[in-house]
Design a protein around this ligand. Structure first.
Ligand code: FAD
Length: 619
């Protein structure tokens, strides 16, 4: 009897799960399987990577750093099935839409491709996976939305918009970034803004925002300096006809003037634009399973107190390995000598500080977590105009270090951060509620700021716009209020300055995850019926610390956990809307990537959940 699987969401994660189902099906479920991929957007790219978006929007990953396929470094139970990275695919001159041929011809390993070209890669990956499905396995694409999930006996019934329901044995919710109705605060802000005739754009996917409400030449306040801000800038400046030339920014006359701030007050650190000079750092060293498994076993872990010293030591290990091996002229000791002494010392201990000071003469070569985390610390200015050159100087120096291969230690630290991130994902469920509420939120923000930044050229463009007077930096600790005259905003950096006034405010970020406020009909219904539950962090004394809004899943395989705490054996969820935070949906090749390992674990659990497989196992 053929088993049926539904994957709700056919973006990169849904496609990745299909790839892993296909890899393990011959072993775990050799009988027939029909897999139903459901998405109103094109299957493969899904919503975020759909072709129908501005051609100006780029990936924030380099061509050579993007793959959807396993390789020999990936440690997983399913078979390794290699396939081309984006860069391998692009070099093979594939057929692409006519408007993308020019870009394809010029793409290099270190290009940050447009999202539209990535869309072609992802569509190709899905076609390739479907063409190579093992005997007995078939994929069916349903170009529609799943509106509900109910049960009929042991059968899962997936309700579809405008199509008959699907009766399946297992369901994977790969729904991705969820849109949400506004929070109470956002609602109140929107209401006050509307009363006064102001314009407020709440958190949402920037590509889907109605930016036409922002008038040419008006001052617009922007809260948030991450990737949504970068998209906003692209759409408001080049998107409105402006151009970046050797001589600077050439305005179209249709752009607004942005005044932007955030808690940190600075852009995310640029992606590095160089390769490692040394071999990859030997990782994990201080924060691998040997260190993390005992913490997991102990439980109630305080991330800052118990894990961060090891995390920092691991990240700095990546930095100094690259510095000592890749730049021996910049250090005063051979690597072996430094490494031995380093390993024996605690992070941030006087001995460690003395070792680093003596072995690394130039302070720029010493990793500085505080500066990476809070780039504007110590900066103040009397007014907005005086602040601009000061912020530009810091951002420009940071950009220089991410482009000039004299500073490849940043890349060594980045590689170590990815390794640390994977371990913190495993550790997350064993943290105390308080530590998850505060420390994990901090760590995620720090990780995003350091490891998920934009390409260098976007930072350069932003500096250009700032010099031309189209973007002003408001500083760190940004605040916004509404009064009778409109929005007013300031920051701790500009504590003594007059607030900036504007009639428009953009919250430039994705909505916080929230199953309770999701606009997705399927999840909203499951939530209302208690069939999915949100991860609410509660102190032992009963105090609710934070509702993360994430859907609770079993860490090892993504099985859904309902409101009563029961694991559903046939329902799974994977992606940014769940409690298992996996860095990225695609990954650099050769990294034993967490996302590929996790896709594998989920796919194998799904196959094992199928009734025919259960029968075969019992036989
Ligand atoms: C704007 C943006 C840019 C990014 N850029 C990068 C980058 O450059 N590099 C990088 O590594 N990562 C990037 N990311 C991170 C991103 O998380 C991943 O790249 C990836 O898109 C996540 O894959 P996913 O399949 O989990 O989610 P998504 O890509 O969000 O896909 C989920 C899919 O589920 C579908 N869906 C949801 N609900 C339903 C339903 N009820 N019925 C049917 N279908 C449904 C949606 O339509 C969507 O197509 C970016 C994220 C965003 C938001």
């Amino acid at each position: 009897m053929t088993s049926q699987i539904a994957i709700v969401g056919a973006g990169p994660r849904g496609a990745g799960i299909l790839e892993r189902l296909a890899a393990s099906a011959p072993e775990l479920h050799p009988g027939g399987i029909d897999v139903h991929l459901i998405d109103p957007y094109p299957a493969g790219p899904g919503r975020i990577w759909r072709h129908a978006q501005s051609p100006l929007l780029a990936m924030n990953s380099m061509a050579a750093d993007v793959t959807m396929f396993t390789d020999d470094t990936v440690v997983c139970d399913g078979p390794i099935v290699p396939g081309p990275s984006f860069w391998d695919w692009a070099r093979a001159s594939p057929e692409v839409a006519p408007e993308l041929r020019g870009e394809l011809a010029t793409v290099t390993a270190s290009t940050f491709p447009s999202r539209r070209l990535q869309s072609e890669y992802l569509a190709w990956v899905l076609r390739h996976v479907i063409d190579d499905l093992p005997a007995g396995m078939r994929a069916h694409v349903h170009r529609t939305r799943a509106t509900g999930l109910t049960e009929d006996g042991g059968t899962q019934v997936v309700h579809l918009e405008g199509a008959p329901p699907l009766r399946v044995d297992a369901v994977v919710l790969a729904s991705g970034h969820l849109d949400a109705t506004p929070t109470d605060d956002e609602h109140a802000l929107a209401a006050r803004a509307a009363e006064r005739g102001l314009r407020y754009l709440p958190p949402e996917q920037t590509t889907d925002s109605d930016l036409s409400v922002l008038a040419p030449e008006e001052t617009v306040l922007v809260r948030g300096m991450g990737l949504a801000f970068v998209d906003l800038v692209v759409l408001l400046f080049e998107g409105r006809g402006g151009r970046f030339t050797e001589a600077g920014y050439v305005a179209s006359g249709r752009e607004p003037r942005l005044v932007v701030g955030s808690p940190r007050g600075s852009t995310y650190h640029s992606k590095t634009h160089y390769a490692l000079r040394a071999p990859r750092p030997p990782l994990p060293r201080f924060f691998g399973p040997d260190a993390v498994d005992p913490l997991i076993a102990a439980g109630e872990v305080d991330l800052r107190a118990q894990a961060w010293p090891l995390m920092a030591k691991e990240i700095a290990w990546g930095w100094y390995h690259e510095l000592f091996v890749g730049h021996p002229d910049a250090v005063a000791l051979p690597w072996a000598e430094f490494a031995g002494a380093y390993a024996a010392l605690d992070w941030d201990s006087p001995g460690m500080l003395a070792l680093i000071d003596s072995a690394v003469p130039d302070p720029v070569d010493r990793i500085d977590f505080a500066a990476l985390d809070r780039p504007l610390d110590g900066l103040t200015a009397p007014d907005l105009a005086a602040l601009q050159p000061l912020v530009r100087e810091r951002i420009a120096e940071d950009l220089r270090q991410h482009v000039d291969d004299r500073h490849t230690a940043h890349l060594g630290a980045f590689v170590a951060m990815l390794s640390v991130y994977g371990e913190t994902t495993r550790l997350s469920g064993s943290l105390s509620a308080r530590s998850r509420a505060t420390d994990m939120a901090w760590w995620q923000g720090f990780f995003n700021g350091v490891a998920s930044g934009p390409p260098g050229f976007r930072v350069r463009e932003l500096l250009e716009l700032s010099r031309a007077g189209f973007v002003d930096f408001l500083g760190a600790g940004m605040w916004v209020e509404v009064d009778a005259d409109g929005f007013r905003a300031g920051s701790t950096t500009l504590a003594d300055a007059e607030p900036v006034r504007a009639a428009a405010l953009v919250d430039a970020r994705l909505p916080d995850p929230s199953a309770a406020r999701t606009v997705d009909p399927l999840l909203a219904d499951l939530m209302a019926r208690g069939a999915v539950s949100e991860d609410v962090l509660i102190d032992p004394d009963g105090t609710v610390l934070r509702n993360t809004g994430l859907i609770r899943v079993r860490a090892e395989d993504g099985a859904l956990i309902d409101a009563a705490g029961e694991v559903h054996p046939q329902r799974f969820a994977v992606g940014p809307h769940t409690t298992v935070k996996v860095a990225g949906a695609f990954t650099r090749p050769g990294m034993n990537a967490q996302s590929l390992r996790y896709n594998d674990a989920v796919a194998r659990a799904v196959l094992r959940s199928l009734p025919a497989a259960a029968r075969a196992a019992a036989a």
